[in-house]
Design a protein around this ligand. Structure first.
Ligand SMILES: Nc1ncnc2c1ncn2[C@@H]1O[C@H](COP(=O)(O)OP(=O)(O)O)[C@@H](O)[C@H]1O
Ligand SMILES: Nc1ccn([C@@H]2O[C@H](COP(=O)(O)OP(=O)(O)O)[C@@H](O)[C@H]2O)c(=O)n1
Length: 209
């Protein structure tokens, strides 16, 4: 079974995707981390994230970088959204994601374009949402826990800018696939959101026979 989980920043898609992977014993890929790694590699090489050539050169990063906590910072998240808008960066990362999705037994992937581009034939597609304010509060709490000293207003502004860029880029913009089910986590606890996601997967996979 292939499960596609898409949605904007801090909607809870990673939490839900990891929980679904555990529940169904499937491998999980956080595709946002790949774009974060490209952004981090551009910074390390002192390149310009807005330059497509610099960003493409950074696509051959060492996988050890994926475990670096630096990737989870607001700075890298913001630049991930800049490098991810370059069509050649998306092309460079495409096959890695597609082959992960197609492995025997299936997989869970979360990102922005899983249901639309990476795995349009996924068995179940969820589009996870929450209001920008609630997402900013969640991300703010998370960043603070990790030691950052950023203000809530700045996190909200960054989230809004990222939503705007991710939804309006020309290549694989963030959007809900026509056959995706929306899961609004704004007023759900983590546990309630996970239970709802499992119930939706059960419903969808039964409906598909
Ligand atoms: N339903 C929820 N209620 C409260 N906090 C949540 C909920 N879902 C996720 N979180 C928290 O919000 C933050 C962002 O969640 P995450 O799953 O990483 O979002 P995304 O992958 O969409 O960016 C994390 O700290 C996570 O623990
Ligand atoms: N499938 C994906 C996943 C992420 N991304 C980009 O990568 C950035 C970081 O993604 P992420 O999933 O790690 O971000 P959060 O939702 O965790 O904040 C996003 O803002 C997108 O610009 C993408 O373009 N396509």
């Amino acid at each position: 079974m292939i499960i596609a989980v898409d949605g904007p920043a801090a909607s809870g898609k990673g939490t839900i995707a990891r929980a679904l992977a555990r529940h169904y014993a499937l491998p999980h890929l956080d595709t946002g981390l790949l774009y974060r790694a490209v952004a981090a590699s551009v910074l390390r090489a002192q390149g310009d994230p807005a330059s497509e050539a610099d960003a493409v050169a950074a696509c051959e990063f060492d996988d050890a970088l994926l475990n670096d906590p630096w990737l989870r910072t607001d700075e890298v998240g913001k630049l991930a959204s800049v490098v991810s808008a370059h069509p050649l960066v998306r092309a460079a990362l495409l096959e890695r994601q597609r082959s992960f999705a197609r492995q025997p037994g299936g997989a869970v992937l979360d990102g922005r374009d899983i249901g639309t581009v990476i795995a349009p034939d996924a068995d179940v597609k969820l589009f996870v949402k929450a209001t920008p304010t609630i997402r900013a509060q969640r991300r703010h709490l998370e960043l603070r826990k990790n030691g950052a000293t950023i203000s809530l207003d700045k996190v909200l502004a960054d989230i809004r800018a990222r939503d705007e860029r991710d939804a309006h880029r020309s290549e694989a913009p963030m959007r809900q696939a026509a056959d995706a089910v929306v899961l609004d986590t704004s007023f759900l606890s983590i546990d309630a959101a996970i239970q709802r996601a499992i119930a939706l997967v059960e419903e969808r996979s039964k409906a598909a026979g």
